[in-house]
Design a protein around this ligand. Sequence first.
Ligand SMILES: NC(=O)c1ccc[n+]([C@@H]2O[C@H](COP(=O)([O-])OP(=O)(O)OC[C@H]3O[C@@H](n4cnc5c(N)ncnc54)[C@H](OP(=O)(O)O)[C@@H]3O)[C@@H](O)[C@H]2O)c1
Length: 290
Amino acid sequence: METPTASLPGGTWTLGDSPVTRFGYGAMQLTGPWAMGPPADRDGALTVLREAVEAGITHIDTSNAYGPGVTNELIAEALRPYPESLLVATKVGANRDAQGGWPTARRPEDLRTQVRENLRSLGVETLDLVNMRMGDATGTQSGSLAEAFGTLAELQTEGLIRHLGVSNVTPEQVDEARAIAPIVCVQNMYNLAHRHDDALIDQLAAQGIAYVPFFPLGGFTPLQSETLSAVAEQLEAAPMSVALAWLLQRSPNILLIPGTSSTAHLRQNIAGAALTLPEASVAELDRIGG
Ligand SMILES: NC(=O)c1ccc[n+]([C@@H]2O[C@H](COP(=O)([O-])OP(=O)(O)OC[C@H]3O[C@@H](n4cnc5c(N)ncnc54)[C@H](OP(=O)(O)O)[C@@H]3O)[C@@H](O)[C@H]2O)c1
């Protein structure tokens, strides 16, 4: 595909030595329900991916666990040969079971297998960015990440991974990872209503490390809040636009990866995130997560 030139809300951020648009795209919602199986509308899913890149997005988040294999294969089909500017971030640390569960898989041999599967399904020789996922979508879990993250650092030295990140982690695990190898991002759950990581975001900003909130719109249960609806109404904007604009305004190291299976929502989110929130609206929105 040709390298796009469009500019997007929020401008760019450099992950390691790779500039990306702060407005990115999260591919998990392209699968069947609950991130399992193929999409109901395969052509529609391919169109969403192509339109995201044509709009100028240069950061796509995925995992071989989505489907499993489904989002990676859709990304490869829609976007290969990949534009040089595109960075595809993936994550390892869990497999899928027949019930749609996410069993932990973090032994060195599990991680090596998952990295190989990501390389195959994305059709690349080096993964741009791999996040070591520790907790799960319900939150973080304490404990050492040294063996798991150390394995990814070895795979980076072997040339299979360009940049490393961590996901679903505590601040202590971030520090532990940084003592093993440089990280370019932390991917944790964060949005208007879940602000557990406020202090961590500020710390990472000072360290030049990106913070990539997953579930920026609330995930499988999209954000619902009377305050959000009221602010959106005052600004004549959609609530999801306000939620995204708020994240972009919250800190310059926040990168957006909102998910959608719909080109209409993709367009609405790109346009809506450009909204500038007045201070009074930000103060009102702060009450949601306070
Ligand atoms: N590290 C981790 O453990 C972890 C966990 C979960 C997710 N992630 C990553 O984070 C990314 C984002 O998370 P997510 O996609 O689950 O959640 P999300 O971005 O918070 O929300 C996606 C949901 O919002 C809906 N939506 C999007 N735009 C909308 C709009 N303008 N109006 C109304 N509804 C809208 C989507 O439905 P439609 O499809 O109908 O638009 C979808 O149901 C994922 O794609 C994945 O890459 C990582």
